[in-house]
Design a protein around this ligand. Structure first.
Ligand code: GRF
Length: 199
């Protein structure tokens, strides 16, 4: 069954290694990265998009962001290290069509204030034996929407927050791409606030 190729917008605020992973694996995705948007002019991810001949925009105003997502006829919004809270009107319009990646096993080490190295510092301090990454649909709370998938990383005795961050980031890249692939094949569905995958 040939599915309509999904129009994808990727939102970033930083280096964009997750974005790069999506770009590098676009042949596996039944979708097209129409635009990369950042709330930070200096985000290196914008350069990655330009190098891949993908349209980029620097946007801080939420009304402008919504207009662009509508004008580009976006089917899927991917938050790949986007450190700004989306407004309710965007989340409501794109219900279960916004995927976020978080560098922990939600519900651990997530929510307000848990971003970047802070996540991994908390995991090391707590002494967890496993951490990892989570993809989830975005709702109106931080890192709280229905979980799509997770992948784990063993925390070793000699791990630091930095080494753990590096190990998890590698897992994030494949986890996010696979979640996008599943979404674009219309395999994902939400029941009782849980995400399931059609075989
Ligand atoms: C990743 O760790 C992601 O989980 C978090 O922000 C970081 C973005 O890294 N939301 P990058 O910009 O994709 O390299």
């Amino acid at each position: 069954m040939s599915l309509h190729s999904k129009n994808i917008a990727v939102l970033i605020s930083g280096g964009g290694t997750n974005l790069q992973s999506i770009i590098d694996n676009k042949a596996k995705i039944n979708g097209d990265i129409k635009i990369v948007i950042s709330n930070k002019k200096s985000a290196y991810g914008l350069k990655r998009a330009e190098n891949a001949n993908i349209k980029t925009r620097y946007i801080v105003d939420n009304d402008e962001l919504l207009k662009v997502l509508i004008d580009e006829n976006i089917d899927l919004v991917v938050l790949a290290g986007y450190l700004k809270i989306l407004p309710e009107n965007i989340i409501d319009k794109f219900n279960n069509k916004i995927i976020n990646i978080h560098p922990s096993l939600i519900p651990s080490f997530c929510g307000d204030g848990f971003y970047g190295l802070k996540v991994h510092e908390a995991a090391i301090k707590k002494g967890v034996k496993y951490s990892g990454a989570t993809t989830h649909f975005v709702n109106n709370l931080t890192d709280d929407g229905p979980i799509i998938n997770q992948d784990i990383v063993k925390v070793e005795e000699n791990d630091t927050a930095e080494s753990l961050q590096k190990k998890i980031l590698e897992k994030e890249h494949s986890l996010l791409v696979n979640s996008i692939i599943d979404f674009c094949e219309d395999r994902l569905y939400v029941k009782d606030n849980r995400v399931f995958k059609r075989c």
